[in-house]
Design a protein around this ligand. Sequence first.
Ligand SMILES: Nc1ncnc2c1ncn2[C@@H]1O[C@H](COP(=O)(O)OP(=O)(O)O)[C@@H](O)[C@H]1O
Ligand SMILES: [Mg+2]
Length: 377
Amino acid sequence: MSENVENVLRMENVTMQFGGVVAVSNLSLEVNRGEIVALIGPNGAGKTTAFNCVTGVYQPTNGRIEFMGQTIVRNHPSGKMAKEYLGENAKRYTTDYDGLDDPDTLAALAELDAKCAAEAAAAEDAVVRQLDAEKDEEKRKALYAGAEAKKAEIESAYAQPRAELLNRLNERAADRIELVRSMDPYAMTNRVFAPTPDKITYLGIARTFQNIRLFSALSVLDNVLIAKHMRAKQNVFSATLRLNRKEERRMREEAVALLEEQNLAHLKDEIAGSLPYGIQRRLEIARALATNPKLLLLDEPAAGMNPQETQELGEYIVKLRREHDLTILMIEHHMDLVMQFSDRIYVIDFGKLISAGTPDVVKADKRVIDAYLGVVE
Ligand SMILES: Nc1ncnc2c1ncn2[C@@H]1O[C@H](COP(=O)(O)OP(=O)(O)O)[C@@H](O)[C@H]1O
Ligand SMILES: [Mg+2]
């Protein structure tokens, strides 16, 4: 491995506890740019749960997750886990979102906003008092209009100092500002940062599911288009999305191009649910690619496939990595696929890492043979 390996995903001491079950226990792993890494282990080992922590489905009980060098998930010990982890990791897991906190500027911003709101409210009150006494409809309308104009005037008077304060915050967080803007305004405060799955997708992590999740009553093309729309929605800062016709057409073309590339174009009008299982799995990958990910998480992509389909899938994954500049972390039970196509493997059992390394190293590891490989077909 070269020295300037770019780290794409890093999980640090991630723990996920459900009631009494510790599904993932102090798991640390990393995936570097361009790697195909496998996460393997017996059923119930915690593999899917680990994915769910990365993709924002669960907030881990403890630990930290970095994507492209930026912290995307960080939790601090609370409740029962606090006692367990306080000693070892007390320093590491604080509620501060490092680098982004600037209490003085945040306080100034809050003060400014409060002043602006108070002035606007006073202006409005003044008008309301006049409205109470005014019966003439035209004059009432004029009063309303005047009140709106006055409020706009007050707000615009505050716009400049407000922008300056925001800039000061932005400068402090220059390296993260893109992340902050796109994800979560609260990241600038000292709240625990817990992004939701849509934000994780927006950042560049896409996944497929152990149990296929397609819109089975919709066409193949619609399935890809919907994924594209979800991505576009995150690109604009308003909750509503109205695409103009040009954008709509562009998205359609991109979706068709994606399907062509995956050799699925001839099936674009087929109903997704009617397709053979292997094809549905590939459509799920196409959907994931529609969001332009940097990291692709595949949860048992070969489940239910015969040996030939499995081999083809492996080759397909290698091709995807090359053509989309992707980094891949996959959960798999097909050992032929794992051993042939992974650069490195992590093995977990009962939520804990029991081995890691190249396929040859892992294959020969007695702990792995005892816990897992010994029982695989
Ligand atoms: N949402 C949940 N609530 C409670 N227990 C869960 C939940 N998700 C997973 N588990 C438990 O966590 C353990 C690991 O499950 P999972 O991550 O699905 O394993 P794997 O994908 O390796 O087969 C299992 O014991 C499972 O029952
Ligand atoms: Mg699973």
